[in-house]
Design a protein around this ligand. Sequence first.
Ligand code: ZN
Length: 138
Amino acid sequence: MHKLTSGRSVRALRLGALCLLLLCVVLATSIGMVLSALYLDLPDRARLGLYGLLTSFCIFLLYKFFAHSAYCPLCRGPVLRGSRAQRNRNAGRTFWSYRLRISRDILLTNTFNCSYCGERTHCVVKPRLREEGAGPKS
Ligand SMILES: [Zn+2]
């Protein structure tokens, strides 16, 4: 099991995963609301749906920001972004998306399988080997 080298990448992975899942939920809900509002002729619900679309756009920007610095510690693959690199043959998908699978794993188990190199990574900061003054072990 591999670990991450900095707290910054741990944060980027966790927040990026959270934003991606939130984005899917909010986007699906707002599109459903707008469509049902058009079908049933409910202007109030249509407005709510449009607010939802705006919100999902903001979440999308946040997701882009975090996913930009979310890398696999081993192969430096951008695990929360698309890439032209070859995916691992054994990489699993959720709803046809590698990124959704990784986000789900990070949020539920705090680990993920890199979809490029297939290695398992634990979302914690790796303790430094040469630290001044041995700290208390936890
Ligand atoms: Zn990797």
